[in-house]
Structures are given as C-alpha cells and as structure tokens.
Design a protein around this ligand. Sequence first.
Ligand SMILES: O=C(O)CCC(=O)C(=O)O
Length: 313
Amino acid sequence: MGTQSTLVDQVSQPTYWDQAIRPPEIAFPECPAPSPLEEYLFDLQGFLLLRGALSTEEVAACNAIVDDIPESLQRREWWGHVQREDHPEHRGRSYQQIYESGAAFEKLIDHPSWINYVLRFVGGQDTFDYHHGPLFIDENFVTCRGSGDAIPIHGGGHDHCKKMSYGYANGRFYCGQVNVLVALTKTGPGDGETMLIPGSHKANIVHPALLEQGQGRWVTGGSLDAIPGAVSVFMDAGDAIVFVDCCCHGSAKRTAEGERRFTVFRYGSSWNRTRWGYTPSDQLLHRLSPYAASIIRTTDGTIRPPAPPGPSA
Ligand SMILES: O=C(O)CCC(=O)C(=O)O
C-alpha cells in the first residue's frame, strides 16, 4: 500500500491527448481577418458581405478601365490580354482575364480587404494544398448587364462537386472555390442584384428549380426572382460578397435602365488550373509582387530535360 501511494504521487495529473489542429497563422496581420461571428455566418450561410471593400477611388479606377473597353468588342474577341467571354447576351457582357487590364484590377489579386478571408476559407495551410503557393485564381472577370439581363440559378451542395466543395474540419475551412464578387455599381431593387440561397452549400437535396429548368436555362436565360429560398444582396459600389461557389446563386433580372457592373475573382488551392485555359502574361507576372504572382502563375517554367539513355530512375 505504502509503495502504491508513493507511485501515484509521482505520476502527474493525466490529461486527454490534445491533438486539435490549431488555426493557421494570419498571413497578413495588418489586414482585416474574419471575426468569430463572420466565421459562424460563413459556415451557416455560405457567404459574407464585406461593406466598403474597395474605396470610391478604387471603384472609379476599375470603372475607368471598363469604360475603355469598346462595347463593340465581339464575343471571343481580344482587347490586349483581356478577352470577351462567349456567353449569351441575356447574361450581359463579360471580360475575362481582367487582372491584365491595369493596376486597378491587378491589385485585386491579393487585396488587403479580403486576402485573409480567402486564405481562411480556402484553407490548406500546412498541407500539400500549399505545394505551389497559398492560393490560385482560376478565373477573373468583369460583367456588365443591361435592362432585362440576368444569370440563372447554379450551384448547390447536393452534387458534391470537388471544385466547388464546402468543408469544415478540425476548426479549419476547406473550400474548393471561394468567390469574391465586388460591386462596381450600386445594386438596389431593380438593378439585377446578386441572389443566393443561404445554407444551400450544405444542401443534401437538389433545389427543384434546378431540375425544372435543366441545362436549357443557360440557353433561354433565367433569374432567381421567383426561386423559393433565394435572398437578394443589395450592395453599394465597392461592397464585396465572399461566397463558396457551391452556395446556390445567380442574380435577379435587371429591370432598371443603365448598366450593372461587377467583378469576380475565384480562388482555390494551388493545384487548380485556369477555367478557360489562359496563361497570365509575362508583363503582368513581372509587375506583381512575388506573393501575388504566386496566386496566378500557371507554371514555374521548368521542363524536365530528356532522360539520358538507360534505365529510368
Ligand atoms: O450576377 C451575379 O451577381 C452572380 C454572378 C454569378 O453567378 C457568378 O459569377 O457565378
């Protein structure tokens, strides 16, 4: 007995093994990062609204570039390194690779207002997802929509598409694609605002509207105006929505005169490739900081030399 109690006294208090993975270090401590409430809301809804992400001057600089793109540019035609997307006119006009168009758009690649948000929500720190860098932008564009234009409903967690996936484990987010959609014009009622279905990134069941409308909606056009569960997000120019791509989304039909403008940058892990097969220009890569360049670079430029004759290693 006497020996036993001596042993117990010598053993320290037992604890369960704390194997929880810690949150990653904040890459840009001087920039805003999601608060606990924002993390809760992003997990709950699939999106967040960041008010005033771009200043009035930054919005004006982006719009000045868009003003310079000739409206006569045809689908698939190039304006420098920017290409007009080949989609039906009822979705408006979209200009791909907009980060090539000048400083106003290239600074959006790692913009301080959202860089910590996309890093947090794409996740992958300390894992193989960071092999080629912290993030990769697989698509970036501006869209201009006039009266009658809209984009139909798309997305939803039900299809378990890896590219658009939503994940959360061990206190970390793992999103296949996080979009930053920035309003370049004010979007109030009638302006054809973004609409999302909160929580649909976790849906187990397909929205009936997706089945009813089928793929034909991309040809005939459509909007989310009458879609049950969809909510409008009204924005001032410079506001940004950060959302996981599998959250069902699209837009209301614009009924107002004039034009709605917005830009979208889509972020995923470093293993992605560009949606439309673009390669960023050398001029742009040389202008960017090494960090921003790592987010858009499609190759490190090295090609494996031919192997010498003999058994391969
Ligand atoms: O028009 C909008 O606000 C939504 C844009 C959209 O659906 C998309 O970029 O995939």
